[in-house]
Design a protein around this ligand. Structure first.
Ligand SMILES: [Zn+2]
Length: 120
């Protein structure tokens, strides 16, 4: 593997290709490239500065995490899906004033679906 530097024209939040942590991409960003020259992805400052052994440990930890996540997705994909009934939707209390915007958005969708007679 090789770490190359690339230049970008904008800042963005990225996910590190080796450790999976979110980081703010600067205008210069390290990219991990494999021996075939294929870019694996952008890496964070901690992975960029890590020793070979530290980077390997971070890669192994993230690979194990991704394997567990893939196994979870494969398992739940085989399961039937149960959704809230119309009665469940009716029973939902309006979001309190302190609710997050996501809470408010979900409650709004549920009320809208109920009003339109749709099951979601
Ligand atoms: Zn990282």
């Amino acid at each position: 593997m090789e770490i190359k530097l690339t230049r970008n024209s904008y800042y963005a939040t990225c996910t590190c290709a080796t450790c999976g942590e979110a980081f703010m991409r600067d205008t210069v960003v390290p990219i991990l490239v494999d021996e075939a020259g294929i870019a694996i992805g952008e890496i964070c400052e901690r992975c960029f500065q890590a020793t070979r052994e530290e980077l390997s440990a971070r890669i192994r930890r993230q690979a194990n995490h991704l394997r567990r996540s893939a196994a979870d997705l494969d398992r739940i994909d085989a399961e039937p899906i149960r959704r809230p009934s119309a009665a469940d939707i009716q029973a939902i209390e309006p979001a309190p004033a302190s609710a997050t915007s996501l809470d408010s958005y979900i409650v709004q969708l549920l009320h809208q679906a109920t009003w339109q007679g749709q099951a979601i």
